[in-house]
Ligand binder design. Structure first.
Ligand SMILES: [Fe+2]
Length: 317
């Protein structure tokens, strides 16, 4: 069976069963904001809609039908889990996967989803006949081509920052232990860079063409081929990193302190895109993955960075 996804909405934004109300004054404590964000993703994971209502005080209260609960994050999560056992929340309290590995994998998930969306979008544009009516969600074909270009530019920014994070922080750790270890991964980053920039240029050219003309059709056809090729390279590259490179981080036997510092360096390295493209980044994650990412951000020791990201998560539409 072929899996299909609605490409016009966020990956996990499927509301459905019941309306819930989380009541909180989230203007003060960062900790409360962080828990509110986490609870938000937990409810998304359960496919349950949520309303945030500000009240007096600084306690987060979760109201489910006639029942109300407040307290620590674990208490609220337990309550949600009891009310909605499926799909289960995963509590990885004893998991030993290094934080850096988790962050890297989740970034791969988001990038892969956005690439898949981009490939489908271009394929749709390439094969679509002329529409009789304008879709207000996307506008005229030229407006849509501009949106496509903007979306790709955002994806490119996230991909480049992710690659830099690996090259500057993750790979050197492994190379210290074994100098030849990340040679292939580094080379693949360098190999894909011209392709990634070439696609950006293709999109610019197509953006000024008249949709439906032979030149535009040809441009979209070439773009589709190049995007699919990039997607294939990225998939292979991510698989290789996750199977052959990242597991070796555990073998470097970093101390708890070192591991935390490296993880924080990774989050710091993603600061630019996480500060203005964080919603875009989260859109590529399932609610359960977004929860995991939010959980990781909360482990970050840089209070300012943590506060700004949690604020963005809380406001995510
Ligand atoms: Fe990577």
């Amino acid at each position: 069976m072929v899996e299909t996804k609605d490409l016009n909405c966020g990956r996990g934004r499927v509301f459905g069963r019941i309306t819930f109300i989380a009541v909180a004054d989230i203007t003060n404590a960062i900790a409360v904001i962080a828990v509110a964000a986490y609870i938000r993703f937990a409810l998304l994971h359960k496919n349950v809609s949520l309303q945030l209502v500000p009240t007096e005080g600084d306690t987060l209260v979760l109201e489910i039908g006639s029942e109300t609960v407040s307290g620590h994050r674990e208490t609220l999560l337990q309550f949600i889990e009891e009310k909605f056992p499926h799909p289960p929340l995963r509590f990885d309290l004893v998991e030993r996967t290094p934080l850096v590995v988790k962050v890297t994998r989740l970034q791969h998930r988001s990038i892969a989803w956005h690439l898949e969306r981009m490939v489908r979008w271009v394929e749709d544009l390439r094969t679509r006949g002329k529409r009789k009516t304008v879709d207000p969600a996307v506008g005229s074909p030229r407006m849509e081509l501009k949106k496509l270009e903007k979306n790709y530019a955002q994806l490119l920014e996230v991909m480049l920052e992710h690659a830099q994070m690996e090259e500057r922080i993750v790979f050197p750790l492994l190379q210290r232990a074994d100098p030849g270890l990340c040679k292939a991964a580094n080379e693949e980053h360098a190999r894909d860079l011209p392709v990634m920039n070439g696609i950006k240029e293709d999109m610019k050219s197509i953006g000024v063409m008249d949709y439906g003309t032979p030149a535009c059709k040809e441009g979209l056809s070439n773009l589709s081929t190049r995007l699919k090729s990039l997607q294939k390279h990225c998939k292979e590259h991510f698989d290789e990193e996750e199977k052959d490179v990242l597991p070796l981080l555990e073998a470097t036997e970093l101390s708890g302190e070192e591991e935390k510092r490296v993880f924080e360096d990774c989050i710091e390295a993603m600061k630019v895109t996480h500060s203005h493209l964080f919603n875009f980044f989260l859109e590529g994650l399932l609610p359960s993955e977004a929860m995991e990412y939010a959980d990781l951000i909360m482990k970050c020791g840089d209070k300012q960075l943590r506060a700004s990201m949690i604020q963005i998560i809380s406001n995510a539409k």
